[in-house]
Design a protein around this ligand. Structure first.
Ligand code: ATP
Ligand code: MG
Length: 603
């Protein structure tokens, strides 16, 4: 492609609305244009990158035996009602764009395809002989994200590869899951990314197994905890660890003390000159279940620990049945306005004790449970002679013990947030480290959730009908493209990994009025493309400096300059990643570049 004929517009200045380097660079270098919040035009250079990523994804999927298909983006509400997700996706989380057609039928724009694929499987899979089966697709997904941001990282319209596998039993699912783990690792390695596969939260569906593939970058929205021995890595939402040991309490007598201005753990620990590990902290949450029932939740946890809200959500989902509900639609810390709706008097915030009375909740409210749901975290359960609130502002109690001074809640949970510095479970001498990551892929053992809901069954060898066992696997193709930039740029612009660069080489003619320069460039341009090296030709009427800057900004791996050294029969080849310049005889350019590219793709 000749730059003189391309839609090629680069910006000198950083665009005002871009916050992270990769977003700025993709805009500046003319890869994308914003059309609306979270909606982007993928310009020709970016499309080439997306196609390369997709090609790698296809190769790695196909070798596992998965088959490509293409499912509808327009999905009928009925399918989502069958799985029970229509209301959560369109109302509670509101992530699905929904519309009504001219026949008054409700439809959603696909954010994901479990329902559609399960409906296909229900119709087409009859027998164990057809299993296992794995279908995948690469297509645009729609999600009405609350906070679309960072360009392609969190779009409302983005490209995903999603795959769904069907099995007769969980052993077969595990085998495919293992293949996908390998395929995803291969994809990221081949795209030239530094990544880590981490244990991920699999939500309330079940603990069977889930991994996320995190591309390591400071701008990542996720936190990963890992140990240096390489034995453990998990998303902080899921991570487990040993907390530091509690310091034994010196308060041997149970009494109430005046503790003015100590609403936080730190102010209290300073005032009493005690360790936060001697304090039982009482955290209030408000959960709303899918039947509209609201429950106030009081969690007792050790003072130095924080509640992991993902773990808490999972526990509360398990308890949904107690409230005649099946799922949770919201979990929040009730603010003053929310408290007014149910509290009989103002709450002693910052001074709450584990025995906060149920009479704080107005009786007779139809949608609000009249009793606190009391949960004790394992870290608080083991404490003795502890410090905690007194239900009176400005006062705490010290020397408290469970079942003596406070009733121990019946339900014990593990909802503490693992944190950097904790000891690892597998080897307490290993200390958890923290890193930021961008979630690029997610693989998931679904089990029978969707097949049961939609009635997708198969007949086994003994003639019995069973629900299909399922797995699902997603890679953010457009997010991956931007994540590659986030991991690889310098002050002059993007530095694409060779495997996914839009073009591998660019021939730059410093002066298009110099006939020799033009002739050599044309000849190289034709020879390189002919030999399969994807090459651009910068034949624009621009100063040499501008051309060099642009080639660096757009990040093409090899720049070939037909400049002064032509007189000696050479061109200069500059490697984008290192800035290294080599003089290469004209007749060796093609073979040299082919060697370099081959080495880069293998490396
Ligand atoms: P996140 O936690 O980042 O919201 P998710 O868990 O909702 O992602 P999945 O449903 O697992 O995402 O989708 C599979 C992959 O699709 C993700 O790993 C990610 O790479 C990509 N993806 C998800 N949401 C977006 C988005 N809004 N924009 C771009 N890519 C996305
Ligand atoms: Mg995910």
């Amino acid at each position: 492609m000749r730059l003189s004929q391309m839609l090629f517009v680069t910006l000198r200045e950083d665009p005002a609305d871009a916050e992270i380097p990769s977003h700025k660079l993709l805009l500046r270098a003319g890869y994308i244009r914003r059309i609306a919040s979270g909606v982007y035009a993928y310009l020709p250079l970016l499309l080439r990158v997306l196609n390369k990523v997709s090609a790698i994804v296809r190769e790695e999927m196909n070798v596992t035996g998965a088959q490509e298909c293409l499912l509808p983006q327009l999905q009928p509400a009925e399918l989502w009602q069958e799985s029970g997700r229509w209301d959560t996706y369109t109302k509670a989380e509101g992530i699905m764009f929904a519309l009504v057609d001219r026949r008054e039928q409700h439809l959603g724009l696909g954010p994901t395809h479990e329902e559609v694929i399960t409906a296909v499987a229900r119709d087409m899979i009859r027998s164990y002989r057809q299993l296992p089966l794995h279908l995948y697709q690469i297509q645009t997904k729609f999600r009405d994200e609350i906070r679309p941001r960072f360009g392609l990282m969190r779009g409302r319209e983005f490209i995903m590869k999603d795959g769904y596998s069907f099995h007769a039993d969980s052993d077969s699912l595990k085998a495919t899951y293992q293949d996908m783990y390998q395929a995803y690792s291969n994809i990221l390695r081949r795209c030239g990314l530094k990544f880590r596969a981490v244990e991920a939260d699999s939500g309330a569906i079940g603990g069977s197994g889930s991994h996320e593939f995190m591309v390591l970058a400071e701008a990542g929205e996720d936190e990963v905890l890992y140990t240096e021995d390489g034995q453990y890595a998990a998303n902080v939402e899921k991570a487990v660890s040993l907390p530091v040991e509690a310091v034994p309490s010196t308060f041997t007598e149970f009494k109430k003390l005046e503790t003015p201005n100590t609403p936080t753990i730190q102010t209290l620990a300073d005032f009493l000159d005690c360790s936060p590990t001697q304090i039982v902290k009482n955290v209030l949450y408000q959960v709303t279940y899918d039947n509209g029932q609201q429950v106030l939740v009081l969690v007792n946890i050790r003072g130095d620990q924080d509640v992991n809200e993902v773990k808490l959500q999972n526990e509360l989902t398990k308890l949904a049945g107690t409230y005649d509900a099946t799922a949770l639609i919201a979990l929040e810390v009730p603010d003053a306005e929310a408290q007014q709706k149910w509290a009989t008097q103002s709450l002693p915030l910052g001074y709450i004790a584990p025995n906060l009375g149920d009479d704080y909740i107005q009786a007779g409210l139809p949608q609000v449970s009249s009793q606190f749901l009391r949960l004790v975290d394992e870290t608080a359960k083991g404490l003795t002679n502890f410090v905690t609130g007194s239900n009176e502002s400005g006062y705490h109690t010290v020397g408290g013990n469970w079942n003596q001074d406070f009733k121990l809640p019946k339900i014990t949970v593990d909802v503490r947030k693992a944190q950097q510095g904790d000891r690892a479970l597998h080897d307490p001498s290993q200390i958890l480290q923290s890193a930021r990551g961008i979630e690029i892929g997610h693989i998931f053992q679904l089990g029978t959730k969707y097949s049961q809901a939609l009635g997708a069954t198969y007949t086994n060898e003994a003639g019995e009908e069973n629900p299909l066992v399922m797995g699902c696997y997603g890679v953010g193709v457009s997010r991956l493209a931007q994540a590659a930039v986030e991991q690889s740029y310098d002050k002059n612009g993007i530095v694409w990994p060779v495997a996914i660069a839009p073009y591998q080489a660019i021939v730059v003619v410093p002066n298009i009025n110099d006939a020799d320069q033009m002739a050599a460039a044309e000849q190289l341009y034709t020879a390189l493309n002919g030999a399969g090296v994807e090459t651009l030709l910068d034949d624009r009427k621009e100063r040499a400096g501008v051309k060099f800057k642009d080639s660096e900004l757009i990040g093409i791996p090899y720049r070939i300059v037909t400049g002064r050294s032509l007189k000696e029969g050479n061109v200069e080849v500059v490697q984008r990643a290192t800035g290294e310049t080599t003089a290469i005889p004209l007749d060796q350019v093609v073979s040299t570049l082919k060697d370099w590219i081959k080495a880069a793709l293998e490396g």
